[in-house]
Design a protein around this ligand. Structure first.
Ligand code: NDP
Ligand code: OXD
Length: 317
């Protein structure tokens, strides 16, 4: 009896400056024994590299990789793949989808929305002022609008619906998510915005979604609405957001992401009383949970198949 030979795994490089690359390497080799993994910046002869695992690679880092066939993001976002001129159209693109990451995002969004629904910020201010007084809070009456119903948005929307919130979601194509009113298209967006006391953003950053959250959109939200942005800073026109917070149209903004990261010192977001800021930590990629998924994509690539979660260049995500 003959058995089919296992295809050789691609020579792989990790380029994720600032991350614990040796930890990713250990997790990957544990998931795919025998895999050759090289770490930025010591890539050796780059013409041998066939697959790259990337997070915010420096410009030019992929120069000379003439055998590159797979570029895989170590995060859910893929702007760094699509914007790198060294990644030709023949190179397959993959993005990170990991149930552990989804769980992190769901907990982060649920925490942010619950804090708004019980007016945690208002009670903290009252405590600081020594005030024992019941506040009028929206509680379960808070209507949530979820921009994006993909891996993360759908899971977060479903969790919020399970907690009793009225949740409406928006996506490019028509979707079905249990307990969530799903809308699409320009009309769908208008309907969602008009009834969103709390707008949560989990869209990918594309040519179509960049700057979507601008003065016009913010003006269509119910007065006193809240924004939770856990996707990308580029979705929000920052000057418009500040204006909406300052004139009371928007009650608060919970921002995990900003247009420039790290947020520059002196930026008005740092000290704004209505902004809750975290440093892009809503859902981190974890080597130990991601490695088996990445290993499977490398095996598929070796067998001439697309990675597990391919990126569609024409959609931009
Ligand atoms: P997915 O690709 O799974 O989902 C994207 C969703 O957005 C889909 O529902 C898609 O519609 C919808 N969408 C895309 N373009 C449009 C458009 N023009 N109009 C309407 N809907 C649109 O992405 P994920 O859920 O995995 O991730 C979303 C984003 O979250 C990432 O791109 C990343 O930027 C961000 N992120 C942030 C993290 C953090 O720590 N802050 C961590 C991880 C991710 P359709 O369903 O029709 O395709
Ligand atoms: C991601 C992110 O895209 O961390 O995974 O933002």
């Amino acid at each position: 009896m003959t058995t089919a030979a296992t295809p050789r795994l691609p020579v792989t490089a990790i380029i994720a400056p600032g991350w614990d690359q040796p930890r990713w390497q250990r997790a990957l080799v544990a998931a795919a024994p025998g895999l050759e993994v090289r770490l930025w910046p010591d890539l050796g002869d780059v013409s041998e590299i066939e697959a790259v695992l990337l997070w915010k690679q420096p410009a030019g880092a992929l120069a000379g990789m003439s055998r590159l066939g797979l570029a895989q993001s170590l995060g859910a976002g893929v702007e760094h793949l699509l914007n790198d001129p060294a990644i030709g159209d023949h190179v397959a693109l993959g993005r990170a989808v990991d149930p552990a990451m989804t769980g992190e995002m769901v907990r982060f969004v649920v925490h942010a929305v619950l804090a708004i629904s019980v007016d945690a910020a208002g009670y903290r201010a009252q405590q600081a002022a020594g005030l024992w007084e019941e506040r009028s809070v929206p509680g379960g009456a808070l209507r949530v609008g979820m921009l994006g119903l993909g891996e993360l948005g759908a899971a977060a929307a479903q969790a919020l619906a399970g907690l009793g919130f009225t949740v409406t979601g928006w996506s490019r194509s028509a979707r079905q998510v249990a307990g969530v009113t799903c809308l699409s298209g320009a009309d769908g967006l208008n309907r969602l915005i008009g009834g969103a006391d709390c707008l949560v953003n989990l869209l990918p950053l594309t040519d179509e979604t960049r700057g979507l959250i601008d003065a016009a959109l913010l003006a269509r939200l119910p007065r006193g609405a809240h924004l939770v942005n856990v996707a990308r800073g580029g979705h929000v026109v920052e000057a418009d957001l500040l204006a909406a917070l300052d004139d009371g149209r928007l009650a608060s903004a919970t921002l995990d992401v900003t247009a420039v990261e790290p947020l520059p010192q002196g930026h008005p977001f740092w000290s704004h009383p209505k902004i809750v800021l975290t440093p892009h930590v809503a859902a981190a990629s974890t080597p130990e949970t991601m490695a088996p998924i990445l290993a499977e994509s490398l095996r598929r690539h070796a067998a001439g198949r697309p990675p597990l979660d391919p990126v569609e260049r024409t959609r931009g995500y």
